[in-house]
Design a binder for this molecule. Sequence first.
Ligand SMILES: Cc1ncc(COP(=O)(O)O)c(C=O)c1O
Length: 429
Amino acid sequence: MPEIVRMSTEELAGFRQRLQTEYDAFRAQGLRLDMTRGKPAPEQLDLATALLGSPGNDWRAADGSDVRNYFGDLRGLPETRAIFADMLGVPVERILIGGNSSLALMHDSIVYALLHGVPGGRGPWSQQGEIAFLCPVPGYDRHFGLCEGYGIRMIPVPLTGRGPDMAVVERLVAQDASIKGIWCVPKYSNPTGEIYAPEVVERLAAMRAAAPDFRIFWDNAYAAHHLTATRHEVANIAQACARAGHPDRVFIFASTSKVTFAGSGLALFAASRNNLDWFMTHMGRRTIGADKVNQLRHARLLRDGAGLLAHMEQHRALLAPKFAAVQQVLQARLGGTGLATWTKPEGGYFVSLDVQDGLAKRVVQLATQAGIAMVPAGRTFPYGQDPRDRNIRLAPSFPSVEEVRQAVEGIALSVLLAGTEAAEQQRAA
Ligand SMILES: Cc1ncc(COP(=O)(O)O)c(C=O)c1O
């Protein structure tokens, strides 16, 4: 495919005409394809079907307690928490299982902080004037929605492909005491797929913070979600914070939403002893405990850390061909055009597509009109505003491989059409 900018005006007009014909034919198929949310496909959910018949008549936890009854430890069953100790990089004593959604735990952490403050702080965040969070971009829309919902100002920070731009983070956090937190998805980030480099983890842990109660919200949602044979590791943030003399700096979150059942799995919180005690004080007022029956089911299905990894291998076998299809089609249709760049993630659930500045909304509009459901352009940025209007998140997990191929064909066609439209307009101007 030639670069659009190198085409003569006649070549460009002919090219656009051919694209329009192809796009119209694509649209006329009346396809209904969904590339919106990162949902597991039914075959992935089938891997955990055994949960539905569990625990059956054997409802005793490892310590003999009856999981049908209240359980004494707010953190949940030790045998289930132990499964995730390696993945979280935190000893089992400092891991809590809290319900079915890690987003809910992030929400609760923010609300507890707003109402009561956090350990080492100077009281409730809500009584300290306007507060702010750093938001590495592009990022996860629901993190941004949480901040927006509670009036927390969002400050975008660019991602570099190896984590946030630490020079920017360090400067802002050191000088502005109203900055109370930063969102981090350290492995196979949503949507860029990037993996935080060891020096980024070290610098996050060690940097000087003007706010004594600054927190890293470390959302390790894709910790075990590899797409290649390499199980990438991220440096241990809890240990790095402790070494740097900031043991309470990080809240770690994860869940089994993309391990077992989405929204019906287990959500995890891990942190320092101080932070965990703080969290449990407030959580203990809200509930006597999370669902231990589900915790026992998960212990029976996954067994231990090795069992978790083996389970994730089966997910990989189902997901990798879909991600390969995305790469093949994007490369075949857009490679060499100069109209787009995209990530090649080695894990997680997303491909991040950057089109030419100012064209993302138009691309999404064209794709949507052609029957491909897409998240609105801009969603990967705070307040839904991508200042360059260029980022588009692709989520290939749910559709079949063939549907993914078709959808990406349609999206690539939309990128080509939008790009040639813009090139013609520019030349006419
Ligand atoms: C980065 C990230 N965190 C959290 C979640 C939601 O997790 P949960 O189902 O545990 O609330 C998602 C879901 O897409 C996600 O991408």
